[in-house]
Design a protein around this ligand. Structure first.
Ligand code: PMP
Length: 293
């Protein structure tokens, strides 16, 4: 596997970074995951824009212009074996003597990128996936795609431990985690965005500091608007999550999936529903259209 590290392409076994890298020491960095279809990056401009937002959020200068990123990404895609891939792009504040404060003067950031084959989600599309709920105990800047993912790691492991795919995060409304099942509101999944469907309407939580502004989330809302699918962006109470007719999960690597079981109980009919079928079809059509353009 060929990876990109600080200006060079090399076999992954030859890639080396300092143990003093602030990504390793503090988790001081940001990342992006970009899907690639037929060797073309999907929504590249939007991903690079979100990367800029994340870099601004941690006060790290962007090491590359948009054009430079596009060039490096194009080269990495060409190195990949599969037609459909996903790129992992990772920037840290670089290697410096261990001190929480930023290195002064700044040091060169570490830039790492790798590509993996995009797995086909076929089986999960038919069956849907199961999820659990848990209190969202992350920080208050979830809009930054930070590499420090320990809360997300622990939260998603709760799903895996329960034999499920995802953990739906409920932010306690009263600052009391024990009350999250009564006064909480839904933010997102541990590694995805979540939509609720009720009475034919698609509900999405607002893009604020408590969730990652998903690129797939935006595509779904654009598709809903373009196809006159009733939708509303607003805060979603935990009680609405449990009363949902359908729950949908979106991410760049999983695209759109139906959540058919929540905390061991069926969601709606317990099968992928009509809104899922419609949005998934429209999403696949949209993908084909933009990749042909
Ligand atoms: N929220 C979180 C916490 C994520 O990690 C991800 C991506 N894995 C998403 C949402 C979905 O974002 P996108 O559609 O851009 O992949």
């Amino acid at each position: 596997m060929t990876i990109y590290l600080n200006g060079e392409f090399m076999p992954i076994a030859e890639a080396k970074i300092s143990v003093l890298d602030r990504g390793f020491i503090f988790g001081d960095g940001v990342y992006e995951v970009i899907p690639v279809y037929s060797r073309r990056a999907f929504r590249l401009a939007e991903h690079l824009q979100r990367l800029q937002h994340s870099l601004d959020g941690i006060r790290l200068a962007n090491p590359h212009s948009h054009g430079e990123w596009a060039t490096i990404i194009g080269q990495l895609i060409a190195h990949g074996e599969a037609q459909d891939q996903y790129l992992y792009l990772h920037i840290t504040r670089g290697a410096a003597k261990r001190d929480h404060a930023f290195p002064n003067p700044p040091v060169k950031p570490t830039v790492f990128m790798m590509s993996s084959p995009l797995p086909p989600p076929a089986a999960l599309l038919q069956s849907g996936v199961s999820a659990v709920t848990a209190p969202d105990n992350r920080w208050l800047r979830c809009d930054i795609k930070a590499i420090s993912l320990l809360p997300n790691v622990l939260l998603r492991q709760m799903a895996v431990d329960a034999g499920c795919t995802e953990t739906i995060l409920i932010r306690p409304g009263s600052n009391n985690e024990r009350l999250f099942m009564t006064d909480g509101f839904m933010t997102e999944g541990a590694a995805s965005n979540i939509f609720v469907v009720k009475d034919g309407k698609l509900l999405a939580p607002p893009k604020d500091n408590l969730m990652l502004p998903g690129i797939t989330y935006d595509v779904i809302l654009e598709i809903a608007a373009a196809n006159n699918i009733p939708h509303e962006v607003r805060r979603i109470a935990v009680t609405e999550v449990f009363a949902a007719d359908e729950l949908l999960l979106t991410s760049s690597t999983k695209e759109v999936l139906a959540i058919t079981q929540l905390d061991g109980k069926p969601v709606g009919s317990g099968k992928p529903g009509a809104m899922f079928a419609r949005l998934n079809n429209l999403y696949q059509e949209y993908k084909q259209k933009v990749m042909r353009a």
